[in-house]
Write a protein that binds this ligand. Structure first.
Ligand SMILES: Cc1cc2nc3c(=O)[nH]c(=O)nc-3n(C[C@H](O)[C@H](O)[C@H](O)COP(=O)(O)OP(=O)(O)OC[C@H]3O[C@@H](n4cnc5c(N)ncnc54)[C@H](O)[C@@H]3O)c2cc1C
Length: 418
């Protein structure tokens, strides 16, 4: 494959410098091992750049939960802003869709919620520590996350609050007046709100990942800017072929987000990874009408959040292939709705598109590849990868070091699919 004689040799190579890869690289480096982190782009330039920046305490119920069945008829029309799907993709991926839907049972959802609660709790603690250590504390806002309904959804909001409470997650129910008191600059179109009080957010997820990457290099880690071409077993370790050479390592961590499956295929792994694409567009804010926190308009199926460069409006899910041409149909629906609630100016950039990497059970893979020693998988974090990256990294680092991760990772074992 490559000239192994000239290959550089390290303890661990981490592939992918999104939030997951950067976190894994930093956590492994903290254990004193030599680490190279490889990405073809700057850290935090892909999915980890364009997300909504919510460090969510309450996202323990994945999209494939029992309530999905109730929403399915409206989604099947392919006209709802929450979900658009490509029919050709759906036919080609019917197996994935069936497995995804099969997980939307009460029993499956409880087990997954418990697993995600452990991952999220551990990760929020780490984010709050790391963001200070990384000299980026000014980017985090401890103002919670506000979900709001235009309709008379008091019963729905109460049920959500009770479900979260069962898992120890706090939230506050709000009426129209309380919403206005919290966000005085939005038009009072919302009748009911639920404030996730233990949730935080950041004003630039890409900048936070870059700050964590600087913390990694500051701790002696090496960042390599290169296209990753292949990974191959090499004696008792691995050889990673990159555009300008090769790296030899005892351990390889695959943290390539929505690109993770391709690289594993030559090794015999068929990973059932699909993507839930999403879009954002940013608009010039009016400083006199500022928002204080991310707001999720449940009926409108969009989020709006104050970012460093403007108000970021993010769309729902588009099910299609990762690299299919963009369709701005969902943004076209939701941007006018957002404009009706908060005052903002013209777009500050063209729309951005990203791909949430999702496995059929909506749980990430965190752990060893079952057929190979020294190969570690860390991807599939669906809608909550920005939140859960740090704990994923710490768990991978613990396993590489032969230790028990600090939270229960059994549900995330790659062997459930591979
Ligand atoms: C619209 C939207 C909103 C979201 N909102 C939130 C939110 O508010 N909170 C939250 O927690 N999560 C959110 N998410 C989910 C979150 O963004 C993802 O789960 C997370 O960013 C995934 O991180 P990652 O490190 O796995 O992947 P990525 O960030 O995509 O990183 C993968 C890296 O691999 C690199 N790479 C791939 N192939 C190669 C190659 N061959 N050679 C070299 N490098 C390569 C890429 O350049 C990239 O940097 C949102 C996602 C979307 C799309």
């Amino acid at each position: 494959m490559t000239d192994t004689v000239t290959a550089k040799e390290v303890d661990v190579v981490v592939l992918g410098a999104g939030i997951v890869g950067v976190s894994a690289a930093y956590a492994v480096r903290q254990q004193g091992m030599s680490v190279v982190l490889v990405d073809r782009r700057e850290p935090g330039s892909e999915t980890s750049y364009g997300n909504t920046g919510i460090l969510s305490s309450g996202s323990i119920f994945p999209n494939n939960q029992p309530s999905l069945w109730k929403s399915l008829p409206k989604y099947l029309t392919n006209r709802h802003a929450a979900l658009r799907w490509n029919i050709g993709w759906a036919i080609r991926n019917a197996g994935w869709l069936i497995r995804f839907l099969a997980n939307a049972t009460p029993a499956n959802t409880k087990a997954r919620a418990l697993a995600l609660r452990g991952l999220i709790r551990a990760s929020l603690k780490l984010h709050r520590e790391w963001i200070v250590k990384a000299d980026a504390a000014e980017r985090i806002r401890e103002t919670g996350w506000l979900k709001v309904w235009r309709s008379d959804a008091l019963a729905t909001a109460k049920a959500e609050q009770a479900a979260l409470k069962e898992y120890g997650i706090e939230s506050t129910l709000l009426d129209r007046q309380a919403i206005s008191a919290l966000e005085p600059n939005i038009v009072p179109v919302y009748k009911v709100g639920l404030l996730h009080t233990q949730t935080a957010s950041v004003n630039s997820p890409g900048a936070v990942v870059k700050a964590y990457a600087r913390m990694f290099t500051g701790a002696g880690g090496e960042l390599r800017n290169a296209e990753i071409r292949a990974i191959e077993p090499d004696g008792s370790g691995w050889l990673v072929a990159i555009a300008d050479g090769a790296i030899r390592a005892r351990h390889v961590v695959v943290a390539l987000g929505p690109w993770s499956a391709e690289l594993l295929r030559p090794l015999g792994y068929r990973v059932p990874l699909a993507v839930e694409r999403g879009y954002h567009q940013e608009f010039k804010p009016n400083p006199a009408r500022a928002l204080s926190r991310p707001i999720h308009d449940a009926d409108g199926a969009f989020l709006m959040t104050p970012m460093e460069n403007g108000i970021r409006v993010t769309s729902g899910v588009e099910l299609t292939s990762r690299d299919a041409p963009s369709s701005f149909a969902q943004l076209d629906v939701v941007v006018p709705l957002a404009r009706g609630v908060v005052e903002f100016g013209e777009a500050v950039a063209t729309p951005w598109r990203g791909a949430r990497p999702t496995l059929p059970d909506s749980l990430p893979m965190i752990g060893p590849a079952p057929q190979h020693t020294g190969l570690w998988l860390a991807f599939g974090h669906q809608h909550i990868g920005f939140t859960t990256g740090p704990a994923t990294g710490v768990a991978i680092a613990a396993m590489i070091g032969g230790a028990q991760p600090p939270f229960e990772v059994g549900a995330f074992s790659p062997s459930r699919y591979l």
